[in-house]
Design a protein. Structure first.
Lengths: 299, 337
């Protein structure tokens, strides 16, 4: 019975999503990255349940305790404690929330800003295009971390301003990408026919053209996601991002710096958390690029 | 060819103007009185306030202020540091060689390992060697270098005791800056021990700063090689019966290196960003640490014009790379002449 109901399905054309998954899942690294990222998301979501201690609670009788497997360590504090006796593991778990939220917020800001500017520039061309793209060039002329640093110096240190600064630095990449894609698509027949059918500018831009630029945008968004996490951690490390006692990974590294030779674990674990997260996202990004780039498809 | 160069040079002008607008606007964006921001935290007397208003022309319309600033910048007057009261240019020139020395070493390190690794991975495509090299490259590419630097210090300086923790040279050596490059200066002074000390101080910062460019160059070299190795002229060379090494070395590599040169050029901006972190970790007295310190000290005159100088340098390097690309790429060379 079930074979009969299944039969028509095999003749249906493969859906876009399934085709995508077919190519994506062939990349072992990308699948591993996806699994790691999902675990990170789960840790971030359930940090209050999973964390053995409160992230800001200071155990004054357990300062700089080494991890459990080292001499002097205990299973009460699995990854040890920091200089003021806070549990490292719990802080790292809560830190996952910050890094992932930073990544998502920055990418959304940069994506919305960049896509809007790129669409307008590529669609209307002329002086609008020239002005927008020159401004993007100027932003790209500065080393990104330096520009973010200076923007934070202007806006004032803090997590929100750091996210804003990073989003500003990242958005020219989206604008350039969208503009190029829009210019390539605008002259196609389907756009002309939509225009003749009376579609408005807004409809042409958002409904007709934009969906055809989605593939490179997804890849760029993934890359920006990882660089946002890295840059935010770097700003935190320099004391200009999230402020202590926030358990943000970069900020944790900054406060732990002076103890590197005495208590290496307070430095090792936050950085390892950043590396693993960023690596997982970059693995996904590589897989997405291979799966979405039609040139590389082997079909 | 000439037309291409002229075109590219003309494109620089709006960007250059934009950069000066940014650095000009920067001080005016800081909430509060720009004079107070520029004169530091100790405040100013009414008299000095008036001279500063006069000097920067804050009583004039904004566009006049901007052209005044532009005029000063063009004449090479970047103002004085609020902290040291010395010209910003003077401080910059004093610290710049340290950053350049570190940057050159990092770039050499990245190219010397990255290019061969990329070629190797491409030639052995799909093998465990390729996967291992590219996996390592992706780890390097994902590396938070400020943490990487601290790890290096823990292991090589703390645990093994092989390398110094910070600075450019041992405290017992005093080098009179002639070129500003510690390695050259110590050789000029004929002090071999100082040279060795400077070299030892360079090792860890070089590795840390070079890690991300190394990863990027390795990945780019691999994909450029793979692309070229599928081309007809490579297949022809193989069909002629040339040895594998000759095909790779002569026919494929020379063409694959064209995009790699661009990638290497783009790393200069990355190096400048990385220098901020690397110099902070290793207390390296260069431009990166100078800018970060100025931000901490609210020395806005330095931040404003340091940003400007760095952006212009990065822009010039990118311009040179673009022109170089046109020179070495026969497609552009022939097309435009």
């Amino acid at each position: 019975m079930s074979t009969v109901t299944n039969a028509p399905e095999t003749r249906k054309p493969v859906s876009g999503l399934r085709e995508f998954w077919h190519y994506f899942s062939q990349n072992r690294g990308a699948v591993i990255g996806l699994v790691v990222l999902l675990i990170m998301v789960l840790i971030a979501l359930f940090a209050p349940v999973l964390a053995p201690h409160a992230p800001e609670l200071q155990y004054r009788d357990a300062l700089l305790k080494p991890p459990a497997w080292q001499e002097g360590g205990s299973w009460t504090y699995v990854l040890g404690t920091d200089p003021v006796g806070r549990d490292m593991l719990s802080r790292l778990m809560y830190g996952a929330r910050f890094s992932l939220v930073i990544g998502v917020v920055v990418v959304v800001l940069a994506l919305v800003g960049g896509v809007t500017l790129g669409l307008v520039a590529g669609y209307f061309r002329g002086w609008v295009d020239i002005v927008i793209m020159r401004v993007m060039d100027i932003i790209l002329a500065f080393p990104s971390l330096l520009l973010a640093l200076v923007l934070v110096a202007v806006l004032g240190p803090g997590l929100v301003n750091a996210m804003l600064a990073i989003a500003i630095v990242l958005q020219p990449h989206f604008a350039r990408l969208v503009r190029a894609a829009v210019m390539a698509e605008s002259s196609r027949d389907y756009v002309t026919s939509a225009r003749l059918a009376g579609a408005s500018h807004l409809r042409l831009m958002l409904v007709t053209i934009l969906p055809n630029c989605v593939a490179p945008l997804i890849v760029q968004a993934t890359l920006s996601f990882s660089s946002a996490i890295l840059d935010a951690a770097a700003l935190g490390f320099l004391g200009l991002g999230a402020q202590p006692p926030t358990p943000e990974w970069g900020t944790m590294l900054a406060t732990a710096r002076e103890f590197i030779l005495r208590a290496p674990w307070v430095v090792t674990f936050p950085g390892l958390a950043i590396l693993i997260t960023v690596l997982a996202i970059n693995l996904i990004g590589d897989g997405l690029r291979d799966a979405l780039d039609p040139k590389l498809k082997r079909s | 060819m000439l037309k291409y160069i002229l075109n590219r040079l003309l494109l620089v002008i709006p960007t250059l103007i934009g950069i000066t607008i940014c650095s000009f606007g920067f001080v005016r964006l800081i909430p509060g009185d720009p004079i107070l921001a520029l004169s530091g935290e100790r405040g100013v007397t009414a008299e000095r306030y008036a001279t500063l208003v006069e000097k920067y022309g804050f009583d004039r319309p904004i566009w006049e202020q901007y052209f005044r600033y532009l005029g000063q910048v063009v004449r090479g007057d970047f103002g004085d540091s609020l902290a040291t009261h010395r010209p910003v240019v003077e401080e910059f020139l004093k610290l710049f060689p340290a950053t350049v020395e570190l940057g050159i070493f990092a770039l050499i390190f990245a190219i010397a390992i990255g290019v061969p690794a990329g070629i190797f991975a491409a030639v052995k495509r799909g093998t465990w060697l390729d996967q291992g090299l590219m996996g390592t490259a992706l780890v390097g590419y994902s590396m938070p270098i400020f943490w990487w630097g601290l790890l290096m210090i823990i292991f090589f300086s703390g645990y093994l005791g092989w390398t110094p923790v910070s600075g450019r040279i041992g405290l017992q050596f005093f080098m009179k800056p002639v070129t500003g490059f510690m390695l050259v200066d110590s050789l000029l002074a004929g002090n071999f021990n100082a040279f060795v000390s400077a070299l030892r101080h360079l090792i860890l910062p070089t590795i840390v700063l070079g890690t991300i460019p190394l990863a990027v160059i390795a990945r780019q070299t691999r994909s450029a090689m793979l692309e070229v190795m599928g081309e007809d002229y490579v297949r022809t060379a193989r069909a002629k019966g040339l040895s594998g090494r000759r095909v790779i070395g002569l026919h494929a590599l020379r063409n694959a290196l064209i995009p790699v040169v661009t990638t290497i050029g783009l790393q200069v901006g990355v190096l400048m960003g990385g220098a901020i972190l690397t110099e902070t970790i290793f207390s390296w007295p260069g431009i990166g640490r100078w800018l970060v310190d100025s931000i901490y000290k609210r020395d806005y005159a330095v931040v404003q014009n340091g940003l400007l100088i760095v952006a212009v340098i990065v822009m010039i390097v990118n311009l040179v790379v673009d022109l170089l690309y046109a020179v070495i790429n026969p497609r552009i060379r022939v097309q435009s002449s």
